[in-house]
Design a protein around this ligand. Structure first.
Ligand SMILES: Cc1cc2nc3c(=O)[nH]c(=O)nc-3n(C[C@H](O)[C@H](O)[C@H](O)COP(=O)(O)OP(=O)(O)OC[C@H]3O[C@@H](n4cnc5c(N)ncnc54)[C@H](O)[C@@H]3O)c2cc1C
Length: 425
């Protein structure tokens, strides 16, 4: 996609266009995994991205590549046979994929984070000995499936306040012999066409009152009787995610399909808030890619546009590029700092920084694409080039619950002005 035209062209591995930049302390393993994502992204995902976008189809071939290369097991602990990535490693890999295909990175988030949450993250949460033992057995079931090639999705949204973390989910699980009966509906289920299992959030039915504390996190096999995948998918951006709707009608799910023990998801959401930052790497990747595109475009180094035309000598182009450079450095610095903060029970300032990072990355991605198209000009937004797709994909970041741009502002404003337990008369 971005092959240079001349020997003075920018090196492909220029650190300005990497997620971490130079001098960021990566382990050898992280370097290797990011390198793998770079290679897959550049050689395989980027050339296919336009077709998935045009047809709004799921990137099955990309998932085949990730299966073959072991990336499907990225966040499965090493002792269970995976690559053992923590949240920071996952985020760097995911953002690197996001440079090349937004829909692949965004759906990979739902898959990889299912294993991250049920794996490494769960280790930090309180469970009774019996719950821990049962959870270990359930983990093995899910991990083995993924290592055998299965893909997981995360359908949480229902079009109500539940996915915003402000009300119990309307989808309900009722206890029956050997498992649960699920009834309800999920909207925007990314990987609707590609997942083998849907790891959904629902509320355990305990009679009259419903509470967010009774949130159950459980996997429903794609072929479970009573599960239907419905509706069209023809959105503005992130078209390859194929985020259709799911309807559950008396769907039986065995007890060992639980991805966390009963009640533990509620604990995770309050004690491990960085779990909700995992959508932002995709958009950090788009931010870097829009900047890279602009620099190469203005230098006359974008392939497939006829004889190279340089536009870099105009002061207005230099000013816009400077502005983009500053925005990129701001977003990247906050994003990397946020990754350093991620842990169980983070202090208040780290929690707030996570919200600030999410807001900044999501809003910067679309701003960078806007500036990129403005300064590169009309030819840059033709569908034969990737910038137009990035512009539409980037628009989706701020809409993703539970940490939409508006909800980040909502929480940040409140947390900045109120300490725990404080209220006005
Ligand atoms: C490309 C794409 C892929 C997606 N994939 C998935 C997926 O795999 N799984 C999944 O669960 N969801 C997914 N979603 C859904 C997404 O997370 C949101 O749930 C969805 O966009 C919400 O739709 P809405 O904006 O119409 O919701 P609404 O509930 O109408 O919210 C509108 C806006 O109001 C604000 N808002 C909402 N609730 C409150 C509140 N209580 N207080 C204050 N403000 C509030 C938010 O900022 C929100 O953006 C995806 C969305 C997109 C665009």
């Amino acid at each position: 996609m971005n092959a240079p035209h001349s020997s003075s062209a920018l090196a492909v591995d220029d650190p300005r266009f990497s997620i971490a930049g130079s001098n960021y302390p990566l382990t050898d393993e992280q370097r290797e995994l990011v390198g793998l994502a770079e290679q897959l992204g550049r050689e395989r995902f980027a050339p296919r991205a336009a077709q998935y976008d045009r047809e709004a189809t799921f990137p099955f071939e990309n998932y085949d590549d990730m299966r073959t290369s072991g990336l499907l097991g990225l966040c499965i602990p090493k002792q269970a046979g995976g690559l053992g990535a923590d949240l920071r490693t996952y985020s760097l890999v995911s953002a690197t994929i996001g440079k090349y295909c937004g829909a692949t990175a965004l759906t990979f988030n739902m898959h990889a984070c299912t294993t991250l949450w049920t794996g490494l993250l769960s280790e930090d949460l309180d469970m009774t000995a019996a719950e821990r033992e049962e959870h270990r057995a359930n983990q093995q079931l899910h991990f083995k499936r993924v290592l055998n090639g299965a893909v997981y999705a995360q359908p949480f949204s229902e079009g109500s306040a539940a996915a915003a973390g402000k009300a119990p989910f309307g989808t309900v699980a009722s206890r029956v012999d050997g498992g649960w009966l699920i009834n309800g509906k999920k909207i925007f289920a990314s990987l609707a066409d590609g997942a083998d299992y849907f790891g959904l959030l629902c509320t355990e039915d305990r009679g009259d009152s419903r509470s967010m504390r009774d949130t159950l996190y459980i996997a429903v096999p794609r072929n479970a009787p009573g599960l239907s995948i419905v509706g069209d998918w023809d959105p503005l951006g992130m078209r390859g995610t194929v985020s259709r709707n799911l309807v559950f009608k008396d769907v039986f799910v065995a007890a060992n399909e639980q991805l966390m023990p009963r009640g533990v998801y509620f604990q995770a959401a309050s004690r491990w808030p960085h779990m909700f930052t995992t959508l932002s790497p995709t958009y950090m990747g788009i931010t870097v890619a829009a900047y890279e595109f602009t620099v190469k475009y203005l230098r006359g180094e974008i392939e497939g546009m006829g004889p190279p035309v340089k536009r870099r000598m105009f002061p207005t182009k230099q000013i816009t590029t400077a502005e983009m450079h500053i925005k990129l450095e701001q977003a990247r610095a906050l994003f990397l700092r946020m990754l350093d903060d991620a842990r169980v029970d983070p202090p208040k300032d780290a929690r707030m920084r996570a919200l600030a990072s999410q807001f900044t990355v999501m809003e910067t991605a679309q701003d960078m694409c806007r500036l990129a198209i403005r300064t590169c000009g009309g030819q840059s937004m033709l569908k034969s080039l990737p910038l137009e797709r990035m512009y539409r994909d980037a628009r989706c970041g701020s809409l993703m619950l539970p940490w939409t741009a508006e909800l980040c502002l909502d929480r940040l404003g409140r947390e900045a002005l109120y300490e725990s337990g404080e209220q006005d008369d």
